[in-house]
Design a protein. Sequence first.
Length: 234
Amino acid sequence: MKFNPLLIIKLFLGLFICVGIGLTIFMIAHDSKVVGAYFVSGLFILFPGIILYGMTAGFRVSEKTMARQIAQQERVTSDAKGLSHQIPLLKTTQFIAWETIETIVYSNYHSDDRVQFIFYLTQPAFQIASEKPGWIAKALLPLIKKSKKVVIDENCINFPEIPKMLEKYFSPIHPVDMCESHKKGTLLSSKTIVMENTIQIEEYWKPNPNFESEKVIYDRYNRTIDELKQSKNS
């Protein structure tokens, strides 16, 4: 029988809550006047209770907070002239003209769980300021303006649409499977667990030995990833 780690954590949290409740009842029954003891018992109830509630029911995020998060999220769009990478944190939009793109690499390193498209350009991307930059932008923009490399992370809005944007203006574009994972090579076993009104599927995979962390999506000179690395290091 396999133990569910989440269930064990919930049991420990429940145990702390019971200890806190029991301690509080004991002090009330003996008419204790020690404020510190009540404070400690309250912590035994409050903090595990908050964590347990979050794990069970989840924490609700207000619409205002969600709207603020979306407003701060990066976005990528395209038109006949090029690719626009909006960076709200820096109050700027990086415009990448199609003719300045030399190489595009898709990066998926499982060590840091970051999926990216990396654009290597013949000249730095043009920066379009949306408003007066803050202190963070003032510190980082000089470095970005000089760089011929633009990195777009997977948390960027429209990130999965980037290959379709590129297909309209570049040929050939090497396909990329964004659902591919180093963890999923061969499916060893699968188990379906029915709990009340939810269905949970547990799958156990053998890692994919042929997984490529970096793939060339497009290169002006049809170079491989190894040839690109050699050219960058030379």
